[in-house]
Each structure stands twice: as structure tokens, then as C-alpha cells.
Write a protein that binds this ligand. Structure first.
Ligand code: SF4
Length: 291
């Protein structure tokens, strides 16, 4: 939950999640849609799907005991596997997160960015790992990055390694890590359709939009993937949202129909709150409920 998300934001989600899924087995046995509902609003839904798949594998095969075994669990990458192995089992595995990358880049004035920087930082961390206490060491380096070698205004004079830090010694701390080139913003226009038959709302459960895999969506129409409904809708307003480097402007339309159309799931309006929908689609529904 804390990947790309601050603790204060994730905490209420975490507490609700742990009340519902207090054990790995409870999560493994749950329905993915229920897990998605609890995750709703936190974003980056792939984390939820991976956590569920990981729980299923651990429940079926037992808890891994080494970095290599942890690496086989869905959703567990190099960082998590090494952190668990070194901190929980004392395995001599180095750990590199964003904090360690920053310390490394400044300490050595490495101009690399992205995956090259990550790879260089792992090699550096492997060479310097203090093997008698790998878990303590890894946490110390991460903590140094988080609290001293901070992204902005690092506390270099208090830093225990400033004498060997090339960036500090050459007065170039501000240059590292080298900023990544930003992805160009892509503007997209779409229509979000709220289709209602009696008190039921149409939801697409199988869709071809990759951003929100496993969530349900209100029907969407885009110029490159038009929804050919042949309907005349009432416009409820316009919403804007951002996903990765996409800036989307969505016209929200409402249409009341005489009968259900095939290809959608029809959810009772009173139950729509239980359906895992992405935040922009909740915003679209809020436009209807305001009218
Ligand atoms: S001296 Fe400054 S830039 Fe260098 S590692 Fe320490 S805090 Fe980071």
C-alpha cells in the first residue's frame, strides 16, 4: 500500500484491510472483487491484484524463507524480497530503494538515471553490504537516505559519510541524482456513459482499457475505441483526471433505456457503491446523483 502512497493516506485502508483479511489465508480465500472494493480510492490497483495472487501462492505453498523463494511470489520484486530476507532471516542480501539510489548517486556522482542508476546502485550496495548484520545495515542506509540525504536540502554537515561523498566534496549535491526526462503529457478526450434501466446502472466488467484492470467501469467511448450505442444522452457535465502521463477530459452522458443492452452487467443503483469503480467514474456518478 505504501508504494507511491503516503502513510497518512494508506493507514485507514490498511486498518480496514487487516480487519477484513487478518491472515494470508483470509486474503487467499477472498473474492478479488471484494479485495478491489476495499482498495478502491487508493489507486494503483495492480498492487491489490498482486497482493491477492501472492497470498494465494503463500497459502498454497507455505511461507518462503529466502530471497530467491520470495522473488517467486507474485508482486514481490527485488527490493521486497531482499528486504524480507535480510531483515527477517539475516540473509546477506543488499537492498536498494529510492533512498539508497539517491545516497549512491550523490556519494559517487553517478549521472545515470532510471534502470541504469538502479543497476549501478545494486552493484554498489552488494559491494558494501555489512554481512554480519545485513538487515541492520540495509535499514541504516535506507534511513540515511530518508532522513539525512533527503531529496531536498540534505543535511550534509550532519552526514556520517560526508568526507567520502564526492558530490558534497565537489559542491555538486544539487546535480544528483540526475533528473529523469519527464514523459510528455498525452491529452485524451472520451465520453463516460451512465446507462440506466429502471433502477439499474450498466457496468462493463470485461473491458479493454488497461489502466484499471480488474476494476469495473462505466461504459467509455473514445475516438479510437467508440462505443457504438446509437444513443442520444443528456450531458451531465465534464470531468478531468490524470492517469500516469495521460490527461483525460471526459464528457459524462446519461441515458435512460427501456431495456438492458447485452455486454454489460446491470447493478442496482443502491448497490453501485459496493462495485469497485475507479475514482473518476465515481465522480461521474456523483454528477448524476446531484441532479
Ligand atoms: S554528504 Fe550530503 S549528499 Fe553526500 S551522502 Fe551525505 S547527505 Fe548525501
Amino acid at each position: 500500500m505504501l508504494q507511491q502512497t503516503q502513510i497518512a493516506t494508506a493507514l485507514p485502508y490498511y486498518e480496514r484491510w487487516m480487519r477484513r483479511f487478518p491472515t494470508v489465508q483470509a486474503l487467499a480465500d477472498a473474492d478479488i472483487q471484494e479485495a478491489m472494493s476495499l482498495w478502491q480510492g487508493l489507486g494503483y490497483y495492480r498492487r491489490c491484484r498482486m497482493l491477492k495472487e501472492g497470498a494465494e501462492k503463500v497459502a498454497a505453498e507455505g511461507t518462503p524463507k529466502s530471497r530467491d523463494e520470495w522473488r517467486k511470489i507474485p508482486g514481490v520484486g527485488d527490493y521486497t524480497a531482499a528486504a524480507i530476507a535480510s531483515i527477517c532471516y539475516g540473509e546477506p542480501s543488499s537492498v536498494v530503494d529510492g533512498n539508497v539510489e539517491r545516497v549512491y548517486a550523490r556519494l559517487t556522482c553517478d549521472p545515470a538515471t532510471g534502470s541504469a542508476l538502479k543497476s549501478n546502485a545494486w552493484k554498489w550496495a552488494d559491494r558494501h553490504l555489512y554481512t554480519p548484520e545485513p538487515g541492520e545495515w540495509n535499514q541504516a542506509v535506507m534511513e540515511l537516505g530518508a532522513t539525512v540525504c533527503k531529496p531536498n536540502q540534505p543535511l550534509c554537515r550532519e552526514c556520517p559519510i560526508h568526507e567520502s561523498c564526492v558530490a558534497f566534496q565537489t559542491n555538486r549535491v544539487d546535480e544528483f541524482p540526475t533528473p529523469k526526462p519527464r514523459a510528455k503529457t498525452v491529452h485524451i478526450e472520451e465520453e463516460i456513459w451512465i446507462l440506466q434501466v429502471e433502477e439499474r446502472i450498466a457496468v462493463a466488467s470485461h473491458h479493454t482499457f488497461d489502466w484499471w484492470k480488474d476494476l469495473r467501469l462505466l461504459p467509455i467511448s473514445r475516438p479510437d475505441r467508440p462505443l457504438e450505442l446509437g444513443l442520444w444522452g443528456e450531458s451531465l457535465g465534464v470531468i478531468s483526471y490524470t492517469v500516469t502521463h495521460h490527461r483525460v477530459t471526459a464528457l459524462v452522458n446519461f441515458a435512460r433505456l427501456d431495456q438492458e443492452i447485452d455486454g454489460f452487467e446491470w447493478i442496482e443503483r443502491n448497490n453501485i457503491g459496493e462495485v469497485p469503480l475507479p475514482a473518476p467514474h465515481r465522480k461521474a456518478l456523483a454528477l448524476l446523483y446531484k441532479t
